[in-house]
Design a protein around this ligand. Structure first.
Ligand code: NAD
Length: 281
């Protein structure tokens, strides 16, 4: 039976550490503030934005909300970001994705000052990660590193297989595991014999975006399995990219869905906000 990696508990630990830090900064007269922009009212985005604001409140980070209508033009959004880039009271800028189709997401991401890029999506942040310089790191992969470290799982020298090469999960995840001295293999939709490659993994990180795709036949005995996926199954229950019931008896450690990787993303966003204040204000 695998040990469960409790993302809820670990994310609470991180948020409590940040809360104590923020309280101390307040005593020194330093305030931390996040601007949260949402364009349109996609229901999933509204839930994510609401959870981010709740986390800010819990930790003591100020959040300033910009709820813009669906028909907001690209230029109006870029103007708002330019204003926030120059606002000394704002430490982090978060623009909830996806944006409406008439707005170029890359242009928007590129317009956020790298000093306020708490999502870690700006090309300068990504470039810093590639060459091992300090910079903001995409929150979900950064959260997975915390899950592994705080669960006492050694990364250095391990064979790590990451399934998925997206800009927000797979690629930064692979780079972070490399930075932690793992031997990293990245798999994607054109990978041949995915099962054989995955079977080599000491640490298997699954961000394939397909519900319950990875079964026990992909997992080496005793491997650590991290499930990044979030989906609803036919009964409207949350599930991941991994067949949990099948994989759990084979793995040494596993993240559940929900309660594994999910809660870490917001904790790391909060961590990036506090770092932005510490480094650049
Ligand atoms: P994505 O769809 O952008 O990327 C999926 C990746 O899987 C692609 O790179 C693709 O090449 C690869 N892939 C697809 N089919 C494959 C196959 N048959 N074999 C090998 N590789 C294959 O998804 P994403 O944005 O990286 O997200 C992945 C999952 O993680 C989704 O389920 C998403 O909902 C979830 N997610 C969770 C969080 C969180 O906070 N927990 C955050 C972001 C994403």
């Amino acid at each position: 039976m695998a040990n469960l990696i409790d993302g809820k508990k670990i994310s609470k630990e991180i948020k409590d550490e940040l809360k104590a830090k923020v309280e101390q900064y307040k005593k020194e007269g330093k305030e931390c503030s996040l601007a949260v922009i949402q364009v349109g009212n996609d229901p999933a985005s509204s839930v994510y934005v609401g959870n981010k604001k709740k986390a800010c409140e819990y930790i003591g980070i100020g959040s300033v909300s910009y709820e813009l209508p669906e028909e907001t033009t690209e230029q109006e959004l870029l103007d708002l970001i330019a204003k926030l880039n120059n606002d000394k009271k704002i430490n982090g800028i978060l623009c909830q994705l996806p944006l409406p189709k008439h707005i170029d997401e890359d242009k928007v991401i590129n317009s956020i000052s790298p000093e306020k890029d708490v999502d870690g999506f700006h090309p300068q942040s990504v470039g810093s990660l590639v060459i091992g310089q300090p910079g903001f790191v995409s929150c979900t992969p950064a959260g997975i590193i915390e899950l592994l470290k705080r669960s006492g799982i050694e990364i250095a020298g391990k064979n790590c297989v990451v399934i998925g090469r997206s800009n927000i999960v797979g690629k930064p995840m692979s780079l972070l595991m490399l930075r932690e001295n793992a031997t990293v293999t990245i798999c994607h939709s054109k990978t041949k014999d995915l099962q054989a490659v995955c079977k080599q993994a000491d640490i298997l990180i699954v961000a394939i975006g397909k519900p319950q795709y990875i079964g026990a036949e992909y997992v080496k005995d005793g491997a650590v399995v991290i499930d990044v996926g979030i989906h609803r199954d036919e009964n409207n229950k949350l599930c991941g990219d991994v067949k949990f019931d099948e994989v759990e008896p084979v793995a040494s450690y596993i993240t559940p869905v929900p309660g594994g990787v999910g809660p870490m993303t917001i904790a790391m966003l909060m961590n990036n906000c506090v770092s932005a204040m510490e480094l650049f204000s």
